[in-house]
Design a protein around this ligand. Structure first.
Ligand SMILES: [Zn+2]
Length: 102
């Protein structure tokens, strides 16, 4: 598997994950580890990646669902309901304005 690094960068008043190389749809970006920079992946209502569970490794990983150019922020759409609704700042055309609210 391709080794990929992520780095947190100030963005929209917080941290985000940015691609250090370009990716094509279906490519693996890296494993999601709770103690790594991957926790900084932001929500978007027009995400360019998704979380996929690897049944053999028993680990979650990030997979591109769109072309992601080097330097672009990597985003997923959060699937979990938020205990306290949080404002979404993704600026996607279809943004509902809230994270974790269906
Ligand atoms: Zn949004």
């Amino acid at each position: 598997m391709k080794t990929v690094r992520f780095w947190p960068t100030p963005d929209r008043g917080g941290l985000g994950l940015f691609a250090n190389q370009s990716f094509l749809p279906g490519e693996t970006l890296g494993y999601y580890e709770a103690d790594s920079n991957s926790v900084y992946v932001n929500n978007s209502h027009d995400p360019n990646a998704e979380m996929v569970f690897d049944r053999e490794q028993h680990l979650w990983y990030l997979r591109a669902i769109k072309v992601i150019k080097r330097g672009k922020e990597i985003t997923i759409q959060y699937q979990h309901p938020a205990p306290i609704p949080e404002r979404c700042l993704c600026k996607a055309k279809n943004c509902s304005g809230w994270i974790g609210v269906k």
